[in-house]
Design a protein around this ligand. Structure first.
Ligand SMILES: [Cu+2]
Length: 295
């Protein structure tokens, strides 16, 4: 009897565990991105963990320049303290009349010049590296709207959909408050992805801290950037250009997955996202229509 009871409890447990798996109709092609989540956390110091080679270089340059700055600040502070004490009025009733010293003038011209060169060379290298969006595997046109993002995959016909933040009352387990979205931007790992960034209304900011991308989304203009994500995972960003009432409610969620998963997702998205496409033309603002009517 005891044995039978144990067996029954065991079988019920197995059924309960299997139920969610059975209920799921199709596997999620972006599931590989759930294993690694690169999101901001409370009391975070420094930059996020670099998710792209560009961010790794930005991180390196920031720390490199910070060391130079620390050296300069400490040196100048110590020198000033020394001068304040040694050359104070009470200690020097008869002031010195020295006006020139060739050696020290040479040193204070030459040493800062060397420091500037040491900072400028890697900075300019990085600027060129950031600007080199040539030969991408694919291009996504990113359009900022009040208040959501639109992603248009240039090489995948019909794949143009909107991405809205999940409001607090609709959050599911695993969602991150004010960062998770309904339709994330899905990208293949290990490939160069070019972004054509623009806006449908006002200025927005396409800002992906862990990938080192930060560009204005400007109406009527395309600003380009690119990324390359080596590791499968979920990466987050936000609009960082004050764009109106719900500026804080247009986060960016990127699911980076292996190529096979990405191609599987493209098929699913092409089949399911047709209702999700943004209206091609925006109406004139209500205020302007009112002004015309009262004239
Ligand atoms: Cu915005």
């Amino acid at each position: 009897m005891k044995r039978l009871g144990g067996w029954l409890i065991g079988a019920t447990g197995v059924l309960l565990l299997a139920a969610p798996a059975l209920a799921q109709t199709a596997p999620d092609p972006t599931a590989a991105a759930n294993a690694y989540v690169n999101a901001p956390h409370n009391w975070q110091m420094w930059f996020p963990v670099a998710g792209s080679p560009m961010m790794a270089q930005i991180d390196w340059l920031m720390k490199y320049v910070l060391w130079w700055m620390t050296g300069v600040v400490v040196f100048v502070a110590l020198l000033m303290a020394y001068v304040f004490v040694k050359f104070r009025a009470s200690n020097n009733p008869v002031p010195s009349h020295m006006t020139h010293n060739t050696l020290i003038e040479f040193v204070w011209l030459f040493v800062p010049t060397l420091i500037l060169i040491a900072v400028i060379v890697p900075s300019i290298n990085l600027i060129f590296y950031e600007g080199d969006d040539s030969n991408p595997y694919m291009t996504v046109t990113v359009t900022g709207h009040q208040w959501y993002w639109e992603y248009n995959y240039q090489s995948q016909p019909g794949l143009d959909y909107t991405s809205y933040m999940i409001p607090d009352d609709k959050m599911a387990p695993g969602d991150i408050r004010r960062l998770s979205v309904d339709h994330p931007l899905v990208l293949p790992i290990g490939e160069k992805i070019k972004f054509n960034i623009t806006s449908g209304d006002v200025l927005h900011g396409f800002y992906l801290p862990s990938l080192g991308v930060q560009k204005y989304a400007i109406p009527g203009t395309i600003v380009t950037s690119w990324t390359l994500i080596p590791k499968a995972g979920t990466y987050y960003g936000q609009c960082n250009q004050i764009c109106g009432l719900n500026h804080d409610a247009m986060p960016i969620e990127i699911k980076a997955v292996p190529m096979a998963d990405y191609l599987a997702w493209v098929k699913v998205a092409q089949a399911n996202y047709t209702q999700n496409t943004v209206a091609p033309r925006l109406r004139a603002p209500a205020a302007i229509q009112l002004a015309d009517a009262t004239r």
